[in-house]
Design a protein around this ligand. Structure first.
Ligand SMILES: C[S@@+](CC[C@H](N)C(=O)[O-])C[C@H]1O[C@@H](n2cnc3c(N)ncnc32)[C@H](O)[C@@H]1O
Length: 191
């Protein structure tokens, strides 16, 4: 995939104000994906497909299933992803997807921040023992470090705090939080 196209998709996300992964955050994820020879990815929240394309450029990745429930973003992403037959994008709420049978090496949680605990629980049916869960924006633009959180973000910051506590106390799983990678990234694995 040529880097000009990737840049175009990144600029498109910025023009339409579609949140996208921070490049430095993806640099960190990239190494992990390569080290673990990740072949299949389940992504919750495609946006306009920028992170989906980034994953697909990585050496071992050969299959991606991604969910985007916002119709406008879905249409942009579908267009951006259309040349890759091993990427499937579904225009539906991930929490309403129950089809079983498929298991993924990596589950990337990047949908609505208030729903992260629900996403994690729901995604377990698509996981194997070795699956790695990556949760993005775990520190939500650094608001945790600031004294005053804008009112409109208070619920999100609270939900993400609850999610971090949920993950770190979860029986049978180990979670490491990397607050300084991108917008904060949590890596969770089954014990
Ligand atoms: C942070 S953006 C995704 C950015 C994208 N992963 C990237 O880095 O380029 C989150 C997206 O998730 C979508 N979303 C949120 N909750 C969802 C759900 N339950 N099912 C499907 N899509 C969801 C939103 O519409 C939004 O476009």
């Amino acid at each position: 995939m040529d880097s000009l196209f990737l840049k175009k998709v990144r600029t498109e996300a910025d023009i339409y104000k579609i949140p996208r992964i921070k490049d430095e955050g993806f640099e960190f994820i990239k190494q992990l994906v390569i080290d673990h020879k990740i072949e299949s990815v389940l992504e919750i929240g495609s946006g306009n497909g920028y992170s989906t394309l980034l994953y697909f450029t990585l050496p071992y990745v050969r299959k991606i299933l991604t969910f985007e429930y916002n119709p406008k973003r879905y249409n942009l992403a579908r267009h951006n992803l259309k040349n890759n037959k091993n990427i499937r994008i579904l225009n539906q709420d991930f929490l309403e997807y129950f089809e079983s049978g498929e298991r993924f090496d990596l589950i990337f949680i990047d949908g609505m921040k208030r729903k992260y605990i629900d996403f994690f629980k729901h995604s377990l049916r698509f996981a194997k023992h070795s699956t790695i869960f990556i949760s993005d924006n775990i520190n939500f633009t650094g608001f945790d470090k600031k004294d005053s959180i804008p009112k409109k973000h208070q619920n999100i910051v609270k939900s993400l705090k609850e999610y971090r506590e949920y993950l770190t106390k979860l029986d049978g799983f180990d979670t490491k939080i990397f607050p300084d990678k991108g917008d904060g990234i949590a890596i969770t694995k089954k014990r």
